[in-house]
Design a protein around this ligand. Structure first.
Ligand code: NAD
Length: 283
């Protein structure tokens, strides 16, 4: 099915980035968030990112204006009706995502595809909240979306071939590389990455090294572009905790237990870069 109009639900770090690249690839984009302030912030982030791209001569001023003109916003989920593909990027909570999917299922035409950007929740369970589970799929973008080339495509057990092929084709239109994985906790990306981040937090929790030194070991010793604690701040510590909980419960294996220090930071509202404080402070 040809895709013309895309809705992006959630205008946070990921949703704004997804709306940006979809609009730049000339799709008509409807960006929705329940918070008006998140919509304003999301559009500002997109504008700033496009302005930087113009300054670096990667795009023209005309392309920037065209991209911005392709995006409209709304705070109301019920206004999402005439779209062919909805990409959900709200907080990592199963009940919140399932409620959104159930509403979209009622509002959208029969052929519309429902995708989720979840980091680790079961696509199969999100799909079961709809009457069209064969049209539900995972499109796991990486952060920052305009920069990172990968989209992990996750097929729920119910996803049909037509949905899968359409989403792979959209991914190509977005100039990203699709890698297909099965629907098991954490998929591939977060099953490998999150235990690394969690273990780095344990080394701080146990007083083995300072935050800066843990990051220095991984940057200088392993050639990682960013230390795991800095990366955790960048992803969002709330998101990291949700993912560890999904791995822990999904595999029933104590090796995935979230570090108590991670839990405490989240309880304190220290979510990382987006809240101004995590393992590091941000102004
Ligand atoms: P975020 O906190 O920056 O943004 C979430 C947004 O969702 C907020 O603006 C919030 O207002 C909005 N929201 C919450 N409930 C809503 C609802 N019912 N309806 C509409 N909007 C709602 O989070 P994020 O980092 O953008 O993560 C979003 C999703 O993407 C999560 O599922 C996360 O696991 C996934 N993800 C995150 C990363 C990352 O590095 N941060 C990477 C890949 C995937």
């Amino acid at each position: 099915m040809p895709i013309k109009r895309i809705a992006v639900i959630g205008a946070g770090q990921m949703g704004a980035g997804i709306a940006h690249i979809c609009a730049q690839a000339n799709y008509e984009v409807l960006l929705q968030d329940k918070n008006e302030s998140a919509l304003t912030k999301g559009i500002t982030t997109i504008e700033q990112s496009l302005t930087r791209a113009v300054q670096k001569e990667r795009i023209t001023e005309i392309e920037k204006e065209r991209t911005l003109a392709n995006i409209t916003t709304t705070a109301s989920l019920s206004e999402i009706t005439e779209v062919d593909l909805a990409i959900e990027a709200v907080i990592e909570q199963l009940d919140v995502k399932q409620n959104i999917f159930a509403s979209l299922d009622e509002q959208l035409h029969d052929k519309a595809i429902l995708a989720t950007n979840t980091s680790a929740l079961p696509i199969t369970e999100i799909a079961s909240a709809t009457t069209r589970p064969e049209k539900v799929i995972g499109m796991h973008f990486m952060n920052p979306v305009p920069v990172m080339r990968l989209v992990e495509i996750i097929r729920a057990i119910q996803t049909d071939d037509a949905t899968y092929e359409t989403v792979v084709s959209v991914t190509k239109q977005l100039h990203k590389t699709a890698v297909t994985v099965k629907d098991f906790p954490g998929f591939v990306s977060n099953r490998v990455l999150m235990p690394l981040i969690n273990e780095a937090i344990f080394t701080v929790y146990e007083g083995i090294a300072t935050i800066e030194d843990v990051d220095a070991v991984m940057k200088l010793g392993m050639n990682h572009p960013m230390g795991p604690l800095q990366l955790a701040d960048f992803i969002g510590l709330d998101t990291c905790l949700y993912i560890m909980e999904v791995l822990y419960e999904g595999f029933n294996d104590p090796k995935y237990r979230p570090c108590p220090l991670l839990r405490q930071y989240v309880q304190a509202g220290w979510y990382g870069r987006k809240s101004g404080r995590g393992f590091y402070t941000y102004t």
